[in-house]
Design a protein around this ligand. Structure first.
Ligand SMILES: [Zn+2]
Length: 256
């Protein structure tokens, strides 16, 4: 069995159930307790923890109920604002979940307390896996609600510095729209054109477009490419610092 089970919920949200031992598991951003419970039962898994990337209801709505049903621990970034949170975590902290080691990465921007979780590669060849919530999407990034663009940019750079092969599991499937936006900025970018084609084909076959990996995001995600000369030129901002290019991209995406 694959160690990560992707569970679509609420239309375009993605929840992730992760096996971290023979019968143990944790879940990332459970918005639907019934759906998670059903899959736990089907897979014969016991739930040890809920990892929340941020406090928005579409990432947390199932946490109370799951905690009540299973007695699991609820983990979130410091200041995560949910009364269900048992453990507030900080940047750099390592969580041990069964046989998995998970590093907490503070990534403020979408919300002040947003965190991402990086499951480090293990001896049995698993990992690294990165859960990004609404900070980094395949081909895009989250809206900036509680911080300034510079803060979000620093958070994205932190994620981009992870190993190239780390798989990116984000909180929503916005992949198609994100690549359409990328192509609206750089209509002649062949790599992005190819990616958009691949995504359309995958969706026609009913396949998921998540996960991606860090290497692919660095090559095709316009928000991670804000420092690239071609992208700066496409925006008419050849001499601007990357953070200003990033802020302009985010402004344009907000009204795309
Ligand atoms: Zn959110």
């Amino acid at each position: 069995m694959d160690s990560v089970i992707t569970i679509p919920a609420l239309g375009d949200n993605l929840m992730y159930l992760v096996r971290c031992g023979r019968n143990d598991s944790f879940v990332v951003d459970p918005s639907d307790a019934s759906l998670v419970s059903m899959i736990l039962k089907k897979q014969g898994l016991s739930l040890k923890a809920i990892l929340l990337t941020h406090h928005h209801w579409d990432h947390t709505a199932g946490a109370s109920e799951l905690k009540r049903r299973t007695g699991c621990e609820v983990i979130a970034g410091d200041g995560g604002r949910s009364r269900d949170v048992d453990k507030a975590v900080e940047n750099g902290q390592i969580l041990t979940m069964g046989n998995a080691k998970i590093q907490v990465l503070a990534t403020p921007g979408h919300t002040r307390a947003s965190v991402c979780y990086y499951m480090q590669p293990s001896n049995d060849g698993r990992g690294g896996f990165l859960w990004t919530g609404d900070t980094l999407f395949v081909g895009g990034c989250g809206r900036i609600f509680e911080c300034d663009p510079g803060t979000m940019w620093e958070s994205l750079l932190k994620l981009a510095s992870l190993p190239d092969d780390a798989l990116v599991y984000c909180g929503h499937d916005y992949t198609l729209e994100n690549y359409e936006f990328a192509l609206s900025i750089e209509p002649d970018n062949e790599v992005v054109k190819r990616r958009l084609d691949e995504v359309k084909q995958a969706q026609r076959r009913g396949e998921q477009t998540v996960p991606s990996n860090i290497s692919q995001e660095k090559a095709t995600n316009p928000f991670l490419r804000a420092g690239a000369p071609e992208l700066k030129a496409a925006l008419g901002m050849a001499d601007a610092p990357a953070v200003e290019v990033f802020a302009e991209l985010r402004r344009r995406k907000d009204v795309f």
